[in-house]
Design a protein around this ligand. Structure first.
Ligand code: ADP
Ligand code: MG
Length: 218
């Protein structure tokens, strides 16, 4: 094994993603090491979401590789990558309770009911929503809904969390508070993350920041 392939955690190596003739992501290389939180900044249309989707396995690569602990993920489908996803609109399941939303991925993982319930309650406590399990999703504020979305994304213990402007829909004061909460939660879970944002408060919560514009790191 070469030094290059032994890279622990995420390695994006010279990745290009095309939509027709346009390279939305153009020859991008980056790493996210164990426990590291890396912010991805840059103007709208710069390719941030496309890069995140490529890492998740939701966009085919025109060239380059995405690997984890040195293993090329080209043949590994989205659901087998063990990466968590969180978006601007948490897209909670409206017909499920808060607790059932958080437990959703655990059911997919085959855990029994009582284990799912206790783990969901633990995650709700971690994100500051102890006692919310039986609440109806429709009764949550925007900030509470994003806390639930974070708990849901982390409950299956993903090896990497991919966040796409997770707090952009919230007002500025709440964004600062939530950015700190997300950072603290990632640290508690020792989950590394690639965090797309154009918000300085969110970027400040990261260990380091990269900037993507016109598909290239600048
Ligand atoms: P960002 O997240 O930084 O705002 P995106 O990754 O969404 O940027 O978009 C990067 C570029 O790719 C933009 O020019 C956008 O119009 C284009 N693009 C994104 N998704 C698609 C798609 N599904 N089909 C065609 N073009 C797309
Ligand atoms: Mg985007």
């Amino acid at each position: 094994m070469t030094e290059q392939t032994r890279q622990p955690g995420l390695k994006v190596d010279r990745v290009t993603v095309r939509y027709g003739a346009t390279a939305a992501v153009d020859n991008v290389s980056l790493t996210v090491g164990p426990g590291e939180v890396v912010a991805l900044l840059g103007p709208s249309g710069g390719g941030k979401s496309t890069l995140l989707r490529a890492v998740a396995g939701l966009e085919p690569l025109a060239s380059g590789t995405v690997s984890w602990d040195g293993q090329d993920l080209a043949a590994v489908p989205v659901h087998k990558r063990a990466f968590g996803l969180m978006f601007q609109d948490g897209q909670l399941f409206p017909h499920l309770s808060v607790g059932a939303n958080v437990a959703y991925g655990l059911k997919m993982a085959g855990l029994g009911r009582s284990e799912r319930t206790s783990r969901a309650n633990q995650w709700l406590t971690t994100v500051g929503l102890a006692g919310f399990a039986n609440r109806d999703v429709a009764t949550l504020s925007g900030g509470q809904a994003q806390r639930v979305a974070l708990a849901r994304a982390l409950a299956p213990e993903p090896r990497l969390l991919l966040l796409d402007e997770p707090l952009s829909a919230l007002d500025a004061s709440l964004r600062q508070e939530l950015a700190d909460a997300v950072r603290a939660t990632l640290a508690a879970a020792t989950t590394p993350a690639l965090w797309v944002t154009h918000d300085p408060a969110e970027a400040a919560a990261a260990d380091r920041a990269l900037r993507l514009a016109d598909g290239r790191l600048t």
